[in-house]
Design a protein around this ligand. Structure first.
Ligand code: ADP
Length: 176
């Protein structure tokens, strides 16, 4: 059978991406912040913050969805990734949960295409290579059994991040 699902790693700005949903590396307040979170709120406009205020925050590793407002993407899936605290505070499991719960939410809403930023590897300081391995494993495993979600993009903001995800994807293909 022909495999129509795809996982793409691209260099770019996630606020410009026209997938059904983009994922926001949020914080637990869901009230905006720096990095990709700030960029998404700026591009979406103030209605996004208004809707986020009604959500009463989100625990680390869980995910909540809003509309995309002025973004090209129809929806935003907000997930707070873990803050890196040395690795002994369930950071790997929580990062996996962020990817998994975001994808489950997209699937439950019947979405077809989803774009992720590199969750937790900015100000949250999760080591990049380890984060990339967790992301690639979780996304590719999910795609094997998804019905609705057909296409997942990793949108990397810089070349170093893109290279880390490409390396993780090559490793994943060689072991799976
Ligand atoms: P976290 O708090 O989860 O670490 P950050 O926003 O600080 O989140 O960083 C996560 C990743 O998002 C980093 O690789 C950062 O370079 C990247 N990033 C920042 N702005 C954008 C953007 N507009 N599009 C895609 N990725 C972005």
């Amino acid at each position: 059978m022909m495999e129509m699902k795809s996982f793409k790693i691209v260099l770019g700005d996630i606020t410009k991406v026209k997938t059904d949903a983009i994922v926001n590396a949020a914080n637990t307040t869901l009230l905006g912040g720096g990095g990709v979170d700030g960029a998404i709120h700026r591009a979406a406009g103030p209605e996004l913050l208004e809707e986020c205020r009604k959500l009463n925050g989100c625990p680390t590793g869980e995910a909540k969805m809003t509309k995309g407002y002025r973004l090209p993407a129809k929806y935003v899936i907000h997930t707070p990734g873990p803050v890196w605290q040395g690795g002994g505070h369930h950071e790997a499991e929580l990062l996996e949960n962020s990817y998994q719960n975001s994808l489950r939410l997209a699937e439950s809403k019947g979405l077809r295409t989803v774009a992720f930023p590199s969750i937790s590897t900015g100000v949250y300081h999760f080591p990049l290579d380890a984060a990339a391995r967790i992301a690639v494993r979780t996304i590719c495993t999910f795609l094997e059994t998804s019905d609705s979600v057909q296409e997942v993009w990793m949108v990397c903001f810089d070349e170093r991040t893109k290279q880390a995800y490409e390396k993780a994807a090559t490793e994943w293909k060689s072991i799976s």
